[in-house]
Design a protein around this ligand. Structure first.
Ligand code: NAD
Length: 255
């Protein structure tokens, strides 16, 4: 089974809820030891328990992706508990929904710092450790940046978010180009509209329902719809893939 992740260590940022929690469970089910990273580790205990009850291995790791010292400490803690990271899922992300004319500098910075700088910091830290291991004859690793269809199209009132995700795709390609020789693959997984606890109410408003009608498959994605793309990019099955964007959107981008 080329999708098997037994013996691998994965780190998922922003794992306390939503898609990140789903990614962590899917990686654990595929056999990986999973570092659950979040700013508040208290929020990770239930998920850690759930993974362990199912026979998996997980560690709760404190990490603010916008803070270099915190990112380094999180990789050190993961390495001590679970071994060097083989798979990094850069999932932590935020959105500020505001008309462009009303966006403050603070709004802008918070979105770009989390969605773009956060992926740079965690990606560089992971890649340095993966490359060092590769240079000693070991394996490199796989970095998966969670982008969005809004990195390849725009909707109103999300200028910072759309910009951050488009830039993340360029960061993905730049990293892939430079890191191929040191055994590190870097790809983006771009979800379309996926229903999670924090956005489900919106999708039942008139604006939300209109949006769903614009998706060729006429339905929202569910967290598990991302499993195929995630396991593909995390595993050996994608060993000749780097610098790509795997889009999972019910056809949204072709409409
Ligand atoms: P969410 O808000 O439920 O989860 C985001 C997580 O990131 C939260 O746990 C949050 O605490 C964490 N986070 C925020 N800032 C952080 C920081 N500085 N350090 C560490 N963690 C931090 O959102 P979600 O819908 O699960 O989104 C997850 C990712 O998927 C995001 O990157 C988002 O842009 C992307 N995405 C989501 C959708 C969707 O439809 N849900 C679509 C496309 C892309």
């Amino acid at each position: 089974n080329r999708f098997d992740l037994s013996g691998k260590t994965a780190l998922v940022t922003g794992a306390s809820q939503g898609l990140g929690a789903g990614f962590a469970k899917t990686l654990a089910e595929a056999g990986a030891k999973v570092a659950l990273a979040a700013r508040q580790t208290g929020k990770l205990e239930a998920l850690k328990g759930e993974i362990e009850a199912a026979g998996g291995t997980a560690a709760a790791i404190a990490m603010d992706v916008t803070d270099l010292d915190s990112v380094r400490a999180a990789f050190d803690a993961t390495e001590a508990e679970l071994g060097t990271v083989d798979i990094l899922v850069n999932n932590a992300g935020i959105a500020v929904t505001k008309p462009f004319l009303e966006m403050s500098v603070e709004d802008w910075d918070s979105v770009l710092d989390t969605n773009l700088k956060g992926c740079f910091l965690a990606g560089q830290e992971a890649a340095r450790r993966m490359a060092a291991r590769h240079s000693e004859g070991g394996e490199g690793g796989s970095i998966i940046n969670i982008a969005s269809v809004l990195g390849q199209s725009v909707i109103g009132h999300l200028s910072g978010y759309c910009t951050s995700k488009a830039a993340l795709i360029q960061l993905t390609k730049s990293m892939a180009l430079e890191l191929a020789r040191v055994g590190v693959r870097v790809n983006a997984l771009a979800p379309g509209y996926i229903e999670t606890p924090i956005n489900t109410d919106f999708f039942h408003t008139p604006a939300g329902e209109k949006l769903v009608k614009g998706i060729p498959q006429r339905q929202l994605g569910q967290s598990e719809d991302l499993d195929g793309g995630l396991l593909l990019l995390a595993s050996e099955a994608s060993k000749y893939m780097t610098g790509t964007v795997v889009t999972v959107d019910g056809g949204f981008l072709v409409a």
